[in-house]
Design a protein around this ligand. Sequence first.
Ligand code: SAM
Ligand code: SF4
Length: 331
Amino acid sequence: MSFPLTDRHDRTHRSLRISIVDKCDLRCTYCMPEDQHFLKREELMTREEIATIARLLVERYGITKVRLTGGEPLVRPDAVDIVRDIAHLGVPLGLTTNALTLHKHLDGLIDAGLRSLNVSLDTFDAERFRKITRRDGYDVVWANIQEAHRRGLRVKLNMVVMRGVNHDEILRFVELTRDHDIHVRFIEFMPFAGNHWGRERVYTYAEMLGHIGSVHSFEKLTDDPHSTAKAYRVPGWKGTFAVISTVTEPFCGTCDRLRVTAEGKMRNCLFAREETDLLSALRRGEDIAPLIEANVLAKHAMLGGLPPFKPEKQEEVLHDLSERPMVAIGG
Ligand code: SAM
Ligand code: SF4
């Protein structure tokens, strides 16, 4: 029998993100600082430890959705095995990837039970891709996205929209949904350690809708009650688009996500500054259930306790951020 994990603000947590590695084969400017240091292999959760923690959360605490992320999950040699283990838990499973090496793993991932893929793609321009990710790779990433879609995976594209960097490509992403059953998600640029965030670099939810609406009429779709994205469709088009408005319209009241980092630390919020070390306790043979429950109960009402992301609060936000860059949290 499972019971739901409810925090002190009466939010019930059903969705789990597990980062399986903190390394990455791209180095996106908004995600990974140039001088990033990575965990040693023995510091990472093993495949078995990932399965143990996930199983406990699913079977005992009623988690109904798991997403594997990173860093880049596919740089881990046993990524496909981890997908297979988690797929056996019998709850919907997704993977978030940059798709750079997806062609090497696609058959294995599908065979292991993966049906849904979130892929980061911030531009359709190869040179701009290189600037944003500090690596070449646009052609292979785009080919891999198309192949995953062709093979029947449900594909969501995540675009981090940054003013002056790629905001001029939003319409091109929307236009992709005309003939393809692809779900594009525009993500407001969020502040994390070392990513040179500034409120002025955030191309806002309102600006995005205004920009899209100046060219296409679109309709609002009904969002899942715990969705972090606000979804829309151009009537008659095959795909959808959505905005994740963490900065200008946070959705903390309905967020049902819990996170575990690659070294087995539990975070009750993307912006959390406190973490609970599950892995050390697990390795000592201790019961980790009380740690999980305490972590969930300690969740802040909003933004992990950060001040609102208003321009006048910018200095405070930057000062109060957790020391972790996004690459070491898992989006
Ligand atoms: N490597 C995989 C990828 O790129 O999809 C998974 C890990 S990545 C940290 C997960 C998600 O976080 C990606 O969709 C990425 O675009 C998003 N992300 C990273 N930094 C971000 C930021 N500063 N603001 C908004 N989204 C961010
Ligand atoms: Fe790597 Fe994904 Fe972060 Fe880019 S967004 S640096 S691909 S983890």
